[in-house]
Design a protein around this ligand. Structure first.
Ligand code: NAD
Length: 508
């Protein structure tokens, strides 16, 4: 079998690339091992998690309504119905993708593709039936194989009680207690779902803060809220061993961060040193390492994702892979092999669906002969769908510091926003990172309800090279949370009237 372009992987990057290439006149074959299109994002990631987070939001909002004089009865949770709704959402979207492929004459083959050389894929059976052909010859390939959850040997436990994000999304039960290993995107989003449904959720994070790398001003209000919603947040600690105890998992922690926070799942007189739950071990550099043991109903492991570049036969091509497993690409998403391009999680961070889709379209344009097409965004937005949400785009204060780049920062606390007050969400904050010379907005960070929707304005402003004056002069609708973007710009200019800032960084 032959094709002009094969796209390997049918996730948000792969299907965007395939559909765009077909629209640009290329003959396209899409190869994916899954029975349905959509990749990790649609089948076991962004979309199902947002379906569950929406339910969590409805329940949390109803609970908070007591503060405003309305009391609802405790919700009755029907896990089967929740799962069915999530599945319906996935089915609608993946069914839509199959239709869109058909309309565009994109041939979809269910198979596992392995490179035999730079222009041949061996098609291995992935489902019940063998694929339409054993081999697929191609002129070009766009590699879009995505990423998978990182598996740590210390955390491997063959029991359904130890879950990765895919298993957690299946919502097998609402365990009485859940340990989330990893205080990143997935851990906090899924931890939020389980906590609202009734689990006592504890998070253990290896570094000294939740969401490492994210602006601390943004993380602070979320941390404060999670301290109320979660049973415990343990920082500077990691899991070194887990043991299956049939009705629970016994977890051994290492690090000073795991401290008592109430009548937890501590194992009294545990095997650790035979002295109870906590033991101090001297380390070679004389710091005290603390080991403790606790039990949980289930454990969710969310310690990052790694690119899916192994086992693809890339050694039979000229494609180069870096030490972390990412396929090396240029700004047009070409690899070192002239026949192969790569996009999405397999090619570079950030591992985000919208970035992959954008790259996919660029790669399709490059192959259709649009020589000017390059992937060079000024701002890739990132959103953590917790409550409150955290969103940012463009340059962060931390990156500016690392690069030794002078920037100015203007912030607007949501406590001064009429809308935030009226919806009872005053913990938010909106901040702009501004170039002091050009006055262009370089970055934006928002924490607060709906931050993920609000960040879109900032992306447009940064992408278009808007100045802080442009933002301030754009009339924002009142009363909305979007005003906080305009107000933060006014704080910088010294023209804000909704807040008193006698010493503004700079007058207009
Ligand atoms: P992550 O990188 O966001 O977080 C992993 C966390 O685990 C980090 O905080 C890390 O310090 C910690 N960690 C690593 N090893 C540990 C250990 N042994 N013990 C305790 N903590 C440990 O990764 P993730 O949450 O698994 O998500 C993977 C990727 O998926 C993200 O980077 C993101 O790109 C993507 N994602 C995005 C969204 C979204 O856009 N809303 C949601 C989910 C996932």
């Amino acid at each position: 079998m032959e094709t002009q372009l094969v796209v390997l992987g049918g996730g948000p990057g792969g299907y965007a690339a395939a559909f765009m290439a077909a629209d640009l006149g290329l003959q396209v074959t899409l190869v994916d091992a899954e029975p349905r299109l959509g990749g990790a994002c649609l089948l076991r990631g962004c979309i199902p998690s947002k379906a569950l987070l929406h339910v969590a939001k409805v329940i949390a909002d109803a609970r908070h309504a007591t503060d405003w004089g309305v009391a609802f009865a405790n919700p009755k949770i029907d896990l089967d119905a929740m799962r069915a709704r999530k599945e319906k959402v996935i089915a609608a979207l993946s069914g839509g993708l199959a239709q869109l492929a058909k309309r565009r004459n994109v041939q979809v083959i269910r198979a596992r593709g392995v490179f035999e050389d730079s222009q041949t894929l061996r098609l291995e059976q992935a489902g019940d039936k063998p694929p339409a052909a054993d081999r697929l010859r191609f002129q070009h390939c766009i590699l879009a194989t995505g990423s998978s959850p990182t598996r740590l040997p210390a955390l491997a436990l063959p029991t359904p009680r130890a879950m990765d994000s895919t298993a957690a999304l299946d919502l097998p039960e609402v365990p009485e207690s859940l340990l989330v290993v990893g205080g990143g995107y997935i851990g906090l989003e899924m931890g939020t779902v389980y906590a609202v449904l009734g689990s006592r959720v504890s998070v253990v994070e290896m570094t000294d803060g939740l969401l490492p790398g994210v602006d601390r001003d943004l993380v602070k209000p979320l941390h404060k809220r999670l301290e109320k919603d979660f049973a415990a947040i343990w920082l500077n600690a990691k899991v070194v061993a887990m043991a299956d105890k049939k009705d629970s998992i016994e977890v051994t922690f290492e690090g000073s961060g795991v401290r008592d926070q109430g009548p937890e799942d501590r194992v009294q007189a545990s095997g650790v040193g035979g002295q109870g739950p906590t033991t101090q071990h001297p380390t070679t550099d004389n710091r005290q390492l603390t080991t403790s043991t606790r039990r949980f109903g289930r454990v969710l492991i969310a310690v990052g994702r790694r690119p899916n570049s192994a086992g693809l036969g890339l050694e039979h091509t000229k494609v180069q892979v870096d030490s972390r497993g990412f396929v090396m690409v240029d700004p047009q998403r070409r690899t070192a092999d002239p026949h192969i391009l790569a996009i999405g999680d397999v090619a570079s961070e950030p591992m985000l669906a919208h970035k992959a889709a954008h790259e996919g379209k660029i790669a399709a344009e490059v192959l259709a002969g649009h020589e000017a097409a390059v992937f060079s965004p000024r701002a890739i937005p990132a959103v953590v769908f917790t409550d409150p949400e955290i969103a940012w785009a463009g340059l962060t204060e931390g990156e500016a510091k690392k690069e030794g780049r002078a920037v100015e920062v203007a912030q607007f606390p949501w406590a001064a926003s009429g809308r935030a007050q009226s919806v009872g969400r005053t913990e938010g904050l909106t901040k702009w990172i501004i170039d002091p010379e050009s006055r262009c907005v370089l970055g934006c960070g928002i924490v607060g309800a709906g931050a993920g929707e609000l960040i879109a304005e900032a992306v447009l402003a940064i992408e278009m090279g808007a100045t802080v004056e442009d933002v301030a002069q754009s009339i924002h609708p009142h009363p909305t949370l979007s005003e906080t973007l305009g107000f933060a710009a006014e704080v910088y200019l010294g023209t804000a009237t909704d807040i008193y800032r006698p010493k503004s960084p700079r007058k207009a």
